[in-house]
Design a protein around this ligand. Structure first.
Ligand code: PD2
Ligand code: ZN
Length: 283
């Protein structure tokens, strides 16, 4: 049976090199690939390209090792959480791993978060990858603030609900971030994980390791625009008050297909709360 995905990936190149180094003959490697579903032409092209690059001294980039990631229990919907709070699963996708939840927060909880955040909003900063500090960035034209974990009973309740839904401990989460986008504001496509190649990343990882998942909660329904877009796969998530989009990335790598952005708001405001989940305890 032909495989659906017949792209020559880094993983395939590494496997071909491993076979060659183990002394397998190219024709046997191609035969093995065909037996596991590769089209013969694709197998030959992969072999040729890999060995040519190998002779030219080009090293294929090994994937970073995979990490355990949060995975919500998607049994019988709706999921009933502590306090009888019901959350619906509106959409689930495998690659990128993404789940859209309906009704994660009540209207009163959304209002409560916006009221607590409003007086503390500042022009958003993003992580400066060269130093590990933060900087004002034209790619993110929203206003934002961070709560510290558990700083208010409402925050604590929401954090416990998220931990239960995503089956990931409260202490592995960063403090909730609130963003407010005004008309024209956007968050250009980016990855939420920290790029291992950047010099500032080592310092960032000391506080709980990599980010492995994101939950963006919509606190209002903008009058126009403001979708969360997954640019690798053409998925646009409409912001709806109380709903939340979850996505995970088991390695800091494009293979997770989690490049995403916040499309420009065209009318009204857009408010979100973002929770980032780390591999370990975030201090
Ligand atoms: O507000 C959004 O839709 C959005 C899009 C992309 C938020 C984030 N990223 C984020 O907070 O990381
Ligand atoms: Zn993001």
């Amino acid at each position: 049976m032909a495989r659906v995905d017949q792209k020559i990936t880094d993983e395939l190149r590494l496997w071909i090199i491993a076979q060659a180094e183990a002394g397998c003959r190219p024709e046997d490697v191609i035969k093995a690939m065909c037996q596991s579903g590769w089209d013969e032409d694709v197998a030959m092209a992969a072999m040729e390209q890999t060995l040519r690059e190998r002779l030219a001294g080009v090293q294929p980039q090994a994937l970073p090792p995979p990490s355990v990631v949060p995975e919500p229990a998607l049994g019988l919907a709706p999921t009933v959480l502590a306090g009888g709070h019901e959350v619906k699963v509106l959409m689930a996708m495998r690659l990128p791993r993404a789940v859209l939840f309906g009704g994660l927060l009540t209207d009163a909880e959304c209002d409560g978060l916006m009221d607590l955040a409003r007086p503390r909003l500042m022009r958003s900063e993003t992580v400066d990858n060269s130093t590990g500090g933060s900087e004002i960035n034209a790619a993110r034209t929203s206003d934002g603030m961070f709560f510290t974990r558990g700083e208010h009973p409402l925050i604590e309740r929401i954090e416990q609900r998220i931990a239960e839904l995503l089956r990931w401990p409260v202490d592995h989460g960063e403090g909730l971030q609130i963003l407010r986008y005004r008309p024209g504001a956007e968050y250009r496509p980016h990855n939420d994980y920290f790029d291992p190649q950047h010099p500032g990343t080592a310092r960032i990882l000391q506080r709980g390791g990599q980010r492995v998942a994101t939950l963006v909660i919509y606190l209002n329904t903008p009058e126009g625009g403001g979708a969360t877009t997954f640019t690798d796969v053409g998925l646009d998530v409409a912001p709806r008050r109380g709903n939340a989009i979850f996505f995970s990335y088991d390695r800091p790598h494009g293979s997770t297909k989690t490049l995403h952005g916040g499309a420009p708001v065209t009318a009204g405001e857009k408010w979100v709360a973002t929770k980032w989940l780390r591999q370990g305890v975030f201090v």
